[in-house]
Design a protein around this ligand. Structure first.
Ligand SMILES: Nc1ncnc2c1ncn2[C@@H]1O[C@H](COP(=O)(O)OP(=O)(O)OP(=O)(O)O)[C@@H](O)[C@H]1O
Length: 249
């Protein structure tokens, strides 16, 4: 179940107002009006339905080509510094995220960005690695980690910064089962808002709200149980056919 947030200050809302995102004239996302206030929000949809594009829009990595996105009333694409405490994103591909040669440097980077001193960041990195049983990674070259280990490192980087909202793009992909189980437990205990993209409805158990994207538009948005029941039934029906006949590309 999502943690009760009654004793913590409310996490500022993320809003989209008629937001759309087009590339070379092609609409990737269209007509999205959403007010995101819940603590646990899932995003589902088929491959290419626009889930990652929506995360990029929410986090300000790309500006909307129509409409507006606001995080705590601010434009996340313009006010990047203000987003450091408000948003953290875990990409699908760790190689799009990692920029430093060693684990410790990679983990410390975001903390320096947030204004922590070198000593404070260094202590926080050691504590985080110890908490997750990865102290032996401290001086390891990132290039010596496996793909799944690099993915986990990226997640640790986001957790280290403790942003108010954490955007996760298929965080379990490529992780071994014990790491997935521990990660599920660790995420469930976080007081922050989580917005999670997944193809696995089970990963959204206990979530407050699920948004279903289809062809870059809202197909459904509401209580997790109801949306996931309809989504799963639709995916089962599509899966029963031998090939897609309904996709544009
Ligand atoms: N920069 C871009 N240039 C051109 N097309 C793009 C760009 N970014 C995304 N797209 C297209 O937009 C659509 C949505 O992509 P997106 O990555 O958001 O889908 P997704 O739902 O996250 O897919 P998946 O489940 O496979 O990760 C796809 O058809 C993709 O090819």
């Amino acid at each position: 179940m999502a943690p009760k947030l009654a004793h913590t200050p409310p996490i500022p809302a993320i809003t989209l107002e008629n937001a759309g995102y087009s590339v070379a004239g092609r609409a990737i996302l269209a007509d999205l009006t959403l007010t995101l206030t819940e603590a646990r929000i899932g995003i589902v949809g088929r491959n290419g339905s626009g889930k990652t594009s929506l995360l990029r829009l929410l986090s300000g990595l790309v500006p909307p080509t129509t409409g507006a996105v606001r995080v705590d009333g601010l434009d996340p694409a313009r006010d990047r510094k203000a987003m450091l405490h408000r948003l953290g994103i875990l990409f699908q591909n760790p190689d799009h995220q990692i920029i430093f040669p060693t684990v410790a440097e990679e983990l410390a980077f975001g903390l320096h960005q947030q204004g922590q001193t070198k000593a404070a960041a260094s202590a926080a990195v050691r504590a985080l690695l110890a908490q997750h049983g990865r102290s032996h990674w401290h001086d390891r070259p990132v290039s010596a980690l496996s793909q799944g280990q690099r993915h986990f490192l990226c997640l640790l980087s986001v957790l280290a910064m403790a942003p108010q909202t954490i955007l996760l793009d298929e965080p379990f992909a490529g992780l071994d089962l014990p790491t997935q189980i521990r990660l599920t437990r660790a995420l469930a205990a976080l007081p922050q808002r989580l917005i999670l993209i997944t193809h696995d409805p089970v990963a959204l158990a206990g979530y407050d709200r699920v948004i279903w994207l289809d062809g870059g538009r809202l197909r459904a948005d509401g209580a997790a149980g109801a949306v996931l029941t309809t989504f799963t039934a639709a995916m089962d029906t599509l899966g029963a056919a031998d090939a897609d006949t309904d996709l544009p590309d």
